[in-house]
Design a protein around this ligand. Structure first.
Ligand code: ATP
Ligand code: BTN
Length: 324
């Protein structure tokens, strides 16, 4: 995508952000381009997941008012001592990949956010649906001195951090699903993808990626499971800049505490939020499944399943938990 097209689309969006109709002619005149060029830019924005109406005789309008992410507004939520970089990007493949590509040169807490992702990913290479300005797509870098082995349970601590940040923004009724999902009303609101590079025993680089649905387009079809966004949980809708700042602050504190104390400070809170506590569940482990009753997590973050043989702890990134 060329820089000048990105700039034009950025300017186009800031005009459309007021949620009223603007004719192709007026837009063209304001941006110094033809009506046909406006129409092409609108097509690209729609393909990125923006809900834009086109009404003959009236022009174009966004279906919902739009507030774009801005670094200085995000920083307003952070302590003045927060020195780590915050990069706000427009459209990229994946914020996790972006930080992975530069992770040699960056410091703990370095964060990037994007308005849209064209290759947003979840666990096991699954797709994370990432329409424009509809969610938060955020990744933070942190390096851990102890290597891979100290990172067990990190996604659980991050889940707690997301719930704490949302609570601070007035959103209640959240639950956590082992190992990486945030739920509300039994539907998926957010997911965490942690990608790690390094060796056992030596320093490792973690990229902590969070996708959090704010107001997804109503007609979205590609999500293969029940989902929810904050438009159903917060009235008025939270400002994404405030949410992003609150989340960055909470996440920074969490990673720093996790680095010094591990999972222990987060376990009780995680257990309170456990969506499958004492419920019938199955663990899908590759081709195999084991059914039983969810009994929470142990101190290492492994999921506990009770079967007729007793309670057993299951570790590992290959496991998915499902209700039965
Ligand atoms: P697991 O228990 O293995 O984590 P999961 O189905 O939640 O199972 P993930 O890899 O964590 O799988 O998340 C990716 C899945 O999340 C996708 O396959 C899709 O079903 C769903 N998904 C994709 N985009 C979104 C979104 N924006 N909001 C909610 N859910 C989404
Ligand atoms: C999951 O539920 O499997 C995790 C989804 C994580 C999505 C986020 S969006 C920001 C970051 N960049 C990505 O490509 N993925 C994570």
């Amino acid at each position: 995508m060329s820089k000048s097209s990105e700039l034009i689309r950025g300017n186009l969006l800031s005009i459309l952000a007021d949620n009223t109709f603007h004719s192709g002619e007026t837009l063209g005149a304001r941006l110094g381009i033809s009506r046909a060029a406006i129409s092409n830019h609108i097509k690209v924005l729609s393909s990125l997941g923006l809900d834009i109406f086109s009404v003959t005789g009236k022009g174009y309008s966004l279906a919902q008012p739009l507030t774009l992410l801005e670094t200085h507004k995000i920083r307003e939520q952070l302590a003045s001592t927060h020195t780590a970089d915050i990069e706000v990007l427009n459209v990229i493949g994946s914020t996790n990949q972006y930080l992975k590509d530069k992770s040699i040169d960056i410091n703990n807490g370095h964060t990037c956010l994007a308005e849209a992702q064209t290759a947003g990913r979840g666990r096991h290479g699954r797709k994370w649906v990432s329409p424009y300005a509809a969610s938060l797509y955020l990744s933070m870098h942190w390096s851990f001195a102890g290597g891979y082995s100290v990172l067990g349970g990190l996604s659980l601590a991050v889940g707690v951090a997301i719930v704490e940040a949302l609570n601070q923004c007035g959103v209640q009724g959240l639950q956590l699903k082992w190992p990486n999902d945030i739920y509300a009303q039994g539907k998926k609101l957010a997911g965490v993808l942690i990608e790690v590079e390094g060796q056992i025993g030596s320093e490792c680089q973690a990229i902590i990626g969070i996708g959090l649905n704010v107001a997804l387009p109503k007609n979205i079809q590609e999500i293969g499971q029940p989902w929810i966004d904050l438009s159903h949980l917060s009235d008025p809708l939270i400002d994404r800049n405030i949410l992003a700042g609150t989340l960055i602050s909470e996440l920074t504190n969490t990673l720093s505490l996790f680095e010094s104390s591990g999972l222990e400070p987060f376990i009780n809170k995680w257990r309170e939020l456990d969506i499958y506590a004492n419920q019938a569940i199955k663990l899908v482990i590759g081709q195999n499944t084991v059914s039983g009753i969810g009994r929470g997590i142990d101190t290492s973050g492994a999921i506990l399943l009770e079967t007729q043989q007793g309670i057993k702890a299951y570790h590992g990134g290959e496991i998915s938990v499902r209700a039965i």
